[in-house]
Ligand binder design. Structure first.
Ligand SMILES: [Zn+2]
Length: 218
């Protein structure tokens, strides 16, 4: 499967999962050092075909394809231009994650051990007007290390070393956000203590060889 075909597949997947509605969201994958495949503006992700995928350079200029480059490309470029290891960026408006981003200043991610290890610290970026450079700049404090970002009053971004990994991170983020909502509706959240979290990091390293980057530790 070509990268373009893979990108189309994940567009359909985020739509089927309900992570986007209308023309929301945009997905991209890095083709090489200076070429990125990205969904065009104004297309429903459930209807994306290879014709809706544009090729842009690291400055956001259109190289190949027909259609308008999404204004949210700036968000994708912010990540690619700061992280050489990142190969894919997915931006969606999933209900539960977006609800947390619109009601909280901090994400309560000291609850589920496996989320602490896989997603790490989940930053909520300061509100910025969609489509502006300010939105891309809101990622700045966390762009060098975060796996996922919440955008205040807007949505979520997941990044990964592959399309699949970026997608799984988006899926995990929405899943944990939904679980938190249900848990909080049932009672007070039982958070893990600093001691329990430190023990988790040690066990993960000793038993599974999972070394969590210090910058995404809680
Ligand atoms: Zn958006």
């Amino acid at each position: 499967m070509s990268l373009k075909e893979e990108l189309v597949k994940f567009c359909h997947k985020v739509y089927d999962k309900g992570y986007v509605s209308g023309f929301d969201g945009n997905l991209s994958v890095r083709l090489n050092e200076n070429k990125i495949l990205i969904t065009r503006s104004g297309v429903n992700k459930g209807n994306v075909t290879e014709k809706d995928i544009l090729t842009i350079d690291n400055n956001g200029n259109l190289i190949e394809g027909n259609g308008k480059v999404t204004t949210e490309a700036k968000l994708h470029l912010k990540v690619y231009n700061n992280r050489t290891e990142i190969k894919s960026v997915i931006h969606c408006h999933p209900v539960y994650s977006t609800a947390i981003a619109s009601s909280r200043d901090e994400f309560p991610n000291d609850v589920f051990p496996e989320v602490i290890l896989t997603l790490g610290k989940i930053p909520i970026c300061k509100y910025a007007t969609p489509s502006t450079a300010g939105l891309a700049d809101s990622l700045e404090p966390f762009v060098k290390y975060a796996n996922v970002f919440l955008l205040s009053n807007h949505g979520a971004v997941a990044v990964g070393e592959s399309l699949e990994l970026a997608y799984y991170r988006m899926e995990k983020l929405e899943h944990v956000s939904k679980t938190l909502f249900v848990a909080e509706s049932m009672g007070k959240l039982k958070k893990l203590s600093g001691k329990e979290i430190n023990e988790l990091y040690s066990i993960a390293e000793e038993t599974y060889g999972i070394k969590v980057d210090k910058r995404i530790r809680l």
